[in-house]
Design a protein around this ligand. Structure first.
Ligand code: C2O
Ligand code: CU
Length: 553
């Protein structure tokens, strides 16, 4: 195993991801940020300098469990202080498991400002993937807004509330089109965009050779959009989800929620005289954003010889049967560790949209999460009394809540939502979806856990019936291991994890505005067993460091 060193500077810069110039957050002058490529067992070292002039920054390594290094998880207010302007913080962590991952800002809504990139971990030397392929294509998917994140954040916390709306464009590897389409010939009423050139918004071209198998690594770091990906005329074989191998299955298209990653195999077995569209469209919300298109370029055809066929159509946004059929097929590959047969604790989390004093919030068991000034990893490790709010979040919301109706009591409060988790216990979490404030509205929420993979034991429609029924019907045989799991409208999702990684871990909806509106909880896991926390993580600036004795907390 090797150490892989990166020296990065985060800064604001002008960029035109969809051909309209805006300001975004880039790394070393690039957008998306540089791709990290490492082998399982390597240590990744990122010296991160904050070159934003007036705000802090942190970077989270999404999907990396940070075993033994909770201070490198990159969550502001949770695992570390935000890095001040001009400061450098060094992230050092082991990438223990091969897979398709990504990284992103985890302070305010900086992810939505473009602070993200790919993180790909290959198998260790001498190891082999359990499937064969000839080449790789990387697709980091995101959505893009023309309003700045500051305007978005002010709107979300204003009275009256101003929703951010749908994104202006979808991006593949940071490139998209606004107000025009590459496939205008097939999309009546749209203007044709120019295909070539080396502009920042030039479409992505994936060169391939005929009769080969490619591994597409697909990850979504969208702010809001749930996506669907298809490649014209080609089948996709799903082999990996969130850095875990799955029992392979073949589909025409895949759904991908924010926080998810997949590997799919594609065989270039179609007529080689043509190129094909890679199409990414919106699911789960009434789409107001045009699909993103890229070109699968069968060499030696010209890269910009646009496919003659129409791009594959995205399934209807509200065809949840299609989404569920896909999601339910994801099962672990033989050889994946099975979950413990029983759990020590079940935490049931009701997801509701509520009002607080004229503001609109997302609440978990009627408590909307707010983050503290002092990162929990430091304050809990030091046993500071001020660390936790007095109100302890509940393990259950009780049976009898009518998930089909807007909340009977729409009022909520804010809290830390900190759950204290005992070392090495097995914890089940049931995420229960419900109706939002408006009648007949229930949204999709992809929940992401830091510090762990979890087994997805099951999904269901309506209210979770607990020991009366659903708890006995969970899949303990071949549940997939993941770090992100979706809850469907009006449904529930049950997961299980083993609390074997001391630290303070966020568990939250990966939709950026939802997290901003409080949709998350914190798992404070065996914090007394956390090793020495580097001072730089939980104190800010040289004076803070100097005021404290020793290098560790
Ligand atoms: Cu990718 Cu806490 O998120
Ligand atoms: Cu959400």
């Amino acid at each position: 195993a090797k150490a892989r060193h990166f020296k990065w500077e985060v800064s604001n810069m002008f960029w035109s991801p969809d051909c309209e110039e805006k300001v975004l957050i880039g790394i070393n002058g690039q957008f998306p940020g540089p791709t990290i490529r490492a082998k399982a067992g390597d240590t990744v070292v990122v010296e991160l300098k904050n070159g934003l002039h007036t705000e802090g920054v942190v970077i989270h390594w999404h999907g990396i469990r940070q075993i033994g290094t909770p201070w490198a998880d990159g969550t502001a207010s949770i695992s570390q202080c935000a890095i001040n302007p001009e400061e450098t913080f060094t992230y050092r962590f082991v990438v223990d498991k091969p897979g398709t991952y990504f990284y992103h800002g985890h302070y305010g809504m900086q992810r939505a400002a473009g602070l993200y990139g790919s993180l790909i971990v290959d198998v260790a030397d001498g190891e082999e993937e359990p499937f064969k392929y000839d080449g790789e294509l990387n697709l980091l998917l995101s959505d893009w807004y023309h309003e700045s994140i500051y305007t978005q954040m002010v709107g979300l916390s204003s009275k009256p509330f101003r929703w951010i709306g749908e994104p202006q464009s979808l991006l593949i590897n940071g490139r998209g089109k606004f107000n025009c389409s590459l496939a205008a010939a097939h999309t009546p009423g749209t203007e044709k965009c120019t295909a070539g050139g080396n502009r920042q918004c030039a479409p992505v071209v994936f060169p391939v050779l005929s009769n080969k198998t490619y591994r597409l690594r697909v990850a979504s770091t969208t702010s809001l959009a749930s996506l669907n990906l298809a490649v014209g005329n080609h089948k996709l074989t799903v082999v990996e989800a969130d850095g875990n191998y799955v029992d392979p299955f073949v589909v025409d298209d895949i759904d991908i929620y924010s926080g998810d990653s997949y590997s799919v195999l594609l065989t270039t077995d179609q007529n080689p005289s043509s190129n094909y569209w890679v199409s990414v469209g919106v699911r789960g919300r009434q789409p107001k954003t045009a699909p993103a298109l890229a070109v699968l370029n069968y060499r030696p055809n010209g890269a910009f010889r646009l496919p003659a066929l129409a791009p594959p159509a995205t399934p209807e946004w509200n065809d949840y049967a299609h989404s569920k059929a896909f999601t339910y097929r994801i099962l672990s590959r033989a050889g994946t560790p099975p979950p413990p047969a029983t759990s020590n604790r079940r935490i049931e989390l009701l997801n509701t949209q509520n009002r607080m004093d004229g503001h609109i919030k997302w609440s978990i068991n009627n408590m909307s999460m707010v983050l503290p000034a002092t990162p929990y990893l430091g304050s809990l490790k030091m046993g500071l009394k001020s660390a936790m709010s007095a109100a302890r979040p509940a393990d259950t919301f009780g049976r009898g809540y009518d998930v089909t109706q807007p909340p009977a009591n729409p009022n909520t409060t804010v809290g830390g939502n900190v759950y204290v988790i005992e070392h090495n216990t097995t914890v089940d979490v049931v995420l229960q979806n419900a109706n939002a404030l408006a009648q007949n509205v229930s949204e999709v929420h992809p929940w992401h856990l830091h510090g762990h993979d979890f087994w997805v034991l099951g999904y269901g429609d309506g209210a979770f019936l607990g020991d009366a029924g659903d708890a006995a019907r969970l899949n303990l045989k071949n549940p997939p291991l993941r770090n992100t799991a979706v809850i469907f409208p009006y449904g529930w999702t049950a997961i299980r994890f083993v609390a074997d990684n001391p630290g303070v871990w966020a568990f939250h909806c990966h939709i950026e505005p939802h997290l901003h509106m409080g949709m998350g909880v914190i798992f404070a896991e065996a914090v007394d067993r956390v090793g020495e926390v580097p001072k730089a993580a939980v104190s800010c600036g040289a004076t803070a460091t100097a005021l404290m004795a020793g290098d560790h907390v």
